[in-house]
Design a binder for this molecule. Structure first.
Ligand code: GLN
Length: 466
């Protein structure tokens, strides 16, 4: 990382500033409820690029010294005996881990209303949701408590809250960051992701946590070259994106898209053209199958991963005279409604009678979606640009139908299904609420994506942010 590229705000954001901001926004009935645990004694454990920088961690990443609850009653008070690799790397780079952030239970949700510990409020408008499932981390960054935070992504849980809160969120290539110590939701889709107050800060966070880890056999042995070139940040090159081809997939701009969001995207695409990029219309025809495919595969894997919460090994245990009633009592009381729904759905699609009809078919369509991405990228397109979410942040309680909630993920789940890197950055506002623009890139092409995002961020100016 080129340190000249880092905003001076990061260099001056220390732990004392974080706590005074925390005290201002977290407490009281109007509080954000962004944190589930804090460590007031936390200090830098190493010297590095993040020396003294406060960082917040989503509560499904294992930490020593603070509970890891995944926003669930079933893990209330559970303290992990080991730490996630991503957290360890942050500490080694000097970061101060100040707390664990609220989230939808087991990362299942798009609004943070599924947390057993109450919803998180959007710092931009407290009547609205921050997005989910990493809503606490997004709110922590958007409120200025921290400038970098970790989240997790299975289908958009970093990008969508980043869009709703007006900050930057990166979902890396599957395998770019170790999942060791990330509590599993749907293992073939799960990633550790990063929030930043700016592209450079999110990129720095990613650079610190990326890399192969012997403790995660799916982590990739790829060089970590995620630098954001400083001339872009300084804006000295006139047409810094010359030679870059950016695809505009038509399926992500349906006629039904909110015209105000479409207009913000059009403005961003004009800026990208002015920066030297060529914008090309492309097609990813199977996009409309992504939501049904995701909501078969993710619950299927979740039903298997969450079988381990049986009252024996982790967290809470219901009192019962016998083993069967103990399992039943623990799981019935420990899991909330959405998690229970997903476990039932996942068990159903994996059952002998329905496996071929649902799970196997969903896997075949997943391959098709992956091939469509590969085809577009092989045709000379370097990046894709789309809206991050179909709406701006909605009101708390506004979306009560689970299927309607699933539709918030329509533009984000595809990157998880294909395993490609993607990110959201603020591109403007509609009705006072932030709008996110999404870049997607070929596997391990984070550097290209970050370069374009940094240029766009600079061209749009800071008013797009806050
Ligand atoms: N909203 C999606 C879901 O509920 C994505 C969640 C995530 O990325 N963890 O599954």
């Amino acid at each position: 990382m080129n340190h000249d590229a880092l905003p001076s705000e990061l260099k001056s954001h220390d732990v004392a500033a974080a706590w005074s901001r925390f005290d201002a926004v977290q407490a009281g009935v109007e509080g954000l409820n962004a944190f589930l645990a804090t460590d007031r004694e936390a200090q830098s454990a190493g010297e590095g690029v993040l020396s003294g920088v406060p960082v917040a961690i989503k509560d499904n990443l294992a930490t020593l010294g603070m509970p890891t609850t995944c926003g669930s009653r079933i893990l209330e008070g559970y303290v992990s005996p080991f730490e996630a690799t991503a957290v360890r790397k942050l500490r080694e780079a000097g970061a101060v881990i100040i707390g664990k952030t609220n989230m939808d239970e087991f990362a299942m949700g798009s609004s943070n209303e599924n947390s057993a510990y109450g919803p998180v409020r959007n710092p931009i408008d407290r009547e609205r949701v921050p997005g989910g499932s990493s809503g606490g981390s997004a709110a922590a960054v958007a409120s200025g408590v921290v400038r970098i935070a970790l989240g997790s992504e299975t289908g958009g849980s970093v990008r969508q809250p980043a869009a709703f809160c007006g900050i930057v969120g990166i979902k890396p290539t599957y395998g770019r960051v170790s999942r060791y110590g990330l509590v599993a939701y749907a293992s073939s889709l799960d990633n550790v992701g990063v929030f930043g107050a700016s592209v450079a800060e999110a990129a720095l966070g990613l650079e610190v946590i990326a890399g192969h880890d012997p403790l995660d056999s799916t982590s990739a042995n790829q060089p970590v070259t995620l630098l954001v070139p400083s001339p872009l940040i300084g804006g000295t090159a006139a047409r810094p994106l010359s030679g870059l081809v950016i695809g505009r997939p038509r399926e992500y701009f349906p006629d039904s898209l909110d015209p105000a969001i479409a207009a913000q995207c059009a403005r961003a695409l004009e800026q990208l053209t002015a920066l030297g990029a060529e914008v090309r219309d492309v097609s990813l025809p199977s996009t409309d199958l992504a939501i049904p495919v995701y909501y078969i595969i993710a619950p299927a894997e979740a039903s298997s991963n969450l079988a381990r919460y049986d009252g024996v090994r982790f967290g809470m245990r219901a009192k019962a005279a016998d083993l069967g009633p103990m399992y039943e009592g623990t799981r019935s009381h420990g899991f909330g409604a959405e998690v229970t729904r997903r476990i039932l759905l996942g068990t159903y699609v994996l059952s002998a009678g329905y496996y071929d009809a649902y799970y196997k078919r969903a896997q075949a369509v997943r391959s098709l979606i992956t091939r469509e991405f590969a085809g577009v990228f092989a045709s000379g397109v370097h990046l894709l640009f789309t809206p991050t979410a179909p709406t701006t942040a909605f009101r708390l309680g506004e979306v009560s139908d689970p299927y309607e909630m699933y539709l918030s993920d329509i533009f984000t789940v595809t990157a998880n299904l294909a395993g490609v890197p993607a990110m959201s950055l603020p591109i403007g506002r509609v009705g006072g609420l932030p709008v996110g623009g999404q870049f997607m890139a070929p596997h391990f092409a984070e550097a290209t994506m970050l370069k374009a995002a940094a240029a766009l961020e600079h061209a749009l100016g800071v008013e797009a942010h806050r």
